[in-house]
Design a protein. Structure first.
Length: 548
C-alpha cells in the first residue's frame, strides 16, 4: 500500500503543522503551557496526547519532512510535560467538558500512547527515542494503575479499559492489570451474531470496539476477539451508503444522524485483511481510501501503525469494492438494510422514523405523524418479512382514568396514588405499512383504521439545499421550511441526484401535531402529505437523476 502510505505520511506532516499552530506557547499560563487548543478553544490532555503522538510519529519517520527536526522535538517535550501535569496524581485523565478522574478517557489516552511506546522501545538506539521512553512509560503505567480502580459509563468503555489493561499487563508484567481486565471480560463481549455491538454506533463506537478486540488478541493470543471485529467489519460493509457515507440513523450514541465516512475503519480492514488473507476486507480498505481521495478528506491518522507494521507498506492489493446489491434483515438490531446500485433504503422497527431512502448522496426519511391519546407518531411494534417485501404493524391504544371509588387522604393530585386508579381502555387506531422493492426504488402502502376523523400526516424529510418540484409548484428546499403537497408526483433534486415520491395527497394543514410531537427539522426541508382516518394510500419512491 505504498500510495496509501505516502498519502497518510503527507497528511500527517500537514496535521503536525496545524497542531503546532494550536500549541500554547505563553509561559505565563503555567498549567496549559505546551498543551493544544482544540476547535472549541479548550486545552486538555487527551487532545494533547493525540497531537503529540502524531508529532512524534513524523519526527521518528525518516521519510517525513519533520524527521529529527530539533525545533519539533522541543515542542514534543513541552507537550509531554503538559500531559504529565494534566494527569491526576492517581493516574487518571479528565475529559474536561464532562468526565473527571475518568477511567474510560484514561483508556482512550493510553490506547493512543501504546503504539508509539511500542515503536520507541523497538528503536531505542535512536537517542531521541531513548529520551522519550521514560516519561511516556511513566504516563502509561500511571494510567493503567488508575484504571484498575475506575469504572465506566457505556458498553464500549469496558473494552477500551480491558484491552489497555491487558496490553499493559504484558508490557509491565503486572498481575493486577491482568486481574482488573478480566473482571470486564467476564461480562462477555456484546457483539451479536450479525456483528453489531450494543450501541449500534456505526459512525464511531463500532470501530472503537474493533480496535479493542484487535488489541485483546495481540495481548492474549486469543484469536476469538478478532473474530468479533471481523464479523462487525463484514456487517459495516452493508452500512455504507451509495455516496460512501455511513448509515448512522439507528445509532444510540452521538453519531446518530451524522454524515460520516468510514475512513477510521481503514486500518482495521487493512490489518485484518492481510493477517487473515481476506481479499474482501482488503478490497474494502482500498475502497475507503478511494472515498477519502474522492471526497477530498484528510486521510486516517494511523502513520504509527504503518511504522509498527512496515510490511503493510509493501503489500499491494488491486481490488477496491464493497457490496452494492444486498438485502440484510438484522433482526436483533431491528433494522433492514437494502441496496441496489445507486440507491439504498433502511427500514427501522420500533422507531418513529420507519424508513430512510438514499439516492446517491440525497437522503429522505419518512414518519407518519398521528396524535392519538398519548401517542404522537407511528412507531411499529412488529416487523415481518413477506413474499413481496416487509410489513410493519402498530396498534395505538387509548385509555382514560376513572375516579377513585373512595375519597383520598389528599386533594393534591401529585400526592395521589394515580397508578392505583382503574382505567377504561379504547378506542384503538391500527397501522399497517407494507414496503416492497421496485425498479429504481420502492413502493410503500399504508392503511390506518380503527378510529375515524383523526388528522394524520406523512412527513418526508429531505436534505436542505434542494429543489422541490411537482406539477403545481417549484420551491427551494431551505432548512426549516415545509410544504404540503396536494397531488401529483413530487421530485426533490440535489446536484446530480433526485428522489421522486407520490402521488401526493393534502386534506388539511395540521402539520405541527399536538404538544410533544416532533417539530419540523430546522436543518432539513419537509414535504407533508395529509389526510384523515380511516385512510389508505400507496406511494412510489424512486431514485432518479437530477434534471438540474
Amino acid at each position: 500500500m505504498k500510495k496509501h502510505y505516502a498519502r497518510i505520511l503527507s497528511d500527517s506532516d500537514r496535521r503536525v503543522q496545524k497542531a503546532l499552530s494550536r500549541q500554547v506557547m505563553t509561559e505565563t499560563n503555567d498549567f496549559n503551557y505546551g498543551g493544544f487548543r482544540d476547535a472549541d478553544g479548550l486545552v486538555e490532555p487527551k487532545y494533547a496526547i493525540y497531537c503529540m503522538t502524531t508529532m512524534t510519529s513524523v519526527f521518528l519517520n525518516k521519510e517525513s519532512r519533520w524527521y529529527h527536526d530539533p525545533r519539533l522535538f522541543e515542542k514534543i517535550l513541552l507537550a509531554i510535560n503538559y500531559i504529565k501535569r494534566g494527569q491526576r496524581e492517581n493516574g487518571f485523565f479528565d475529559l474536561i467538558n464532562c468526565n473527571f478522574y475518568s477511567a474510560p478517557d484514561t483508556a482512550f489516552c493510553i490506547k493512543r500512547l501504546l503504539p508509539l511506546y511500542s515503536f520507541l522501545t523497538r528503536h531505542n538506539t535512536d537517542n531521541y527515542a531513548e529520551t522519550l521512553i521514560a516519561p511516556i512509560r511513566q504516563i502509561i503505567y500511571g494510567g493503567a494503575t488508575a484504571m484498575t480502580a475506575g469504572g465506566f459509563h457505556t458498553p464500549n468503555h469496558r473494552w477500551a479499559i480491558a484491552s489497555c489493561l491487558m496490553l499493559c499487563a504484558r508490557m509491565f508484567n503486572e498481575p493486577k492489570f491482568d486481574k482488573a481486565a478480566n473482571k470486564y471480560l467476564a461480562e462477555g463481549i456484546d457483539c451479536n451474531s450479525d456483528g453489531e455491538f450494543a450501541e449500534k454506533s456505526a459512525g464511531n463506537y463500532n470501530r472503537i470496539n474493533n480496535d479493542a478486540m484487535i488489541a485483546l488478541t495481540a495481548a492474549t493470543g486469543n484469536g476469538s476477539y478478532e473474530e468479533y471485529a471481523i464479523r462487525n467489519l463484514y456487517m459495516m460493509m452493508t452500512y455504507i451508503e451509495p455516496d460512501g457515507s455511513i448509515f448512522t440513523n439507528n445509532s444510540t450514541r452521538q453519531d446518530r444522524g451524522k454524515r460520516l465516512y468510514p475512513k477510521d475503519y481503514y486500518f482495521e480492514y487493512l490489518y485484518l485483511g492481510e493477517k487473515y488473507q481476506d481479499d474482501i476486507l482488503l478490497d474494502c480498505a482500498n475502497y475507503i481510501m478511494d472515498v477519502v481521495i474522492e471526497k477530498g478528506l484528510s486521510s486516517m491518522d494511523c502513520l504509527i501503525h504503518y511504522m509498527n507494521f512496515p510490511h503493510l507498506k509493501e503489500l499491494e492489493h488491486e481490488g477496491s469494492s464493497i457490496p452494492v446489491s444486498y438485502e440484510k434483515h438484522y433482526r436483533d438490531s431491528n433494522i433492514v438494510r437494502c441496496r441496489n446500485g445507486n440507491f439504498s433504503y433502511s427500514i427501522l422497527n420500533q422507531s418513529p422514523v420507519f424508513l430512510y431512502f438514499q439516492s446517491g448522496d440525497l437522503t429522505m426519511s419518512l414518519r407518519i405523524g398521528a396524535s392519538f391519546c398519548e401517542h404522537r407518531a407511528f412507531q411499529s411494534e412488529r416487523l415481518e418479512k413477506s413474499e413481496q417485501g416487509y410489513k410493519l404493524f402498530q396498534q395505538m391504544n387509548g385509555w382514560y382514568y376513572l375516579p377513585f371509588d373512595k375519597p383520598q387522604d389528599t386533594t393534591d393530585w401529585w400526592k395521589m396514588n394515580n397508578s392505583a386508579r382503574e382505567k377504561i381502555y379504547g378506542p384503538n387506531m391500527n397501522f399497517k405499512v407494507c414496503i416492497q422493492e421496485a425498479e429504481n426504488g420502492i413502493d410503500i402502502s399504508f392503511k390506518i383504521d380503527g378510529t375515524d376523523r383523526a388528522p394524520i400526516r406523512l412527513e418526508a424529510v429531505f436534505d436542505s439545499g434542494t429543489r422541490i418540484e411537482s406539477e403545481s409548484f417549484i420551491a427551494e428546499g431551505r432548512a426549516g421550511d415545509h410544504i404540503v403537497a396536494k397531488n401529483g408526483m413530487v421530485t426533490v433534486s440535489k446536484e446530480a441526484h433526485a428522489i421522486r415520491i407520490g402521488p401526493a395527497f393534502g386534506a388539511h394543514h395540521f402539520v405541527s401535531g399536538k404538544f410533544g410531537s416532533t417539530p419540523t427539522d430546522p436543518n432539513c426541508f419537509t414535504v407533508y402529505f395529509t389526510d384523515f382516518t380511516c385512510c389508505e394510500h400507496t406511494l412510489s419512491i424512486r431514485a432518479a437523476a437530477s434534471e438540474y
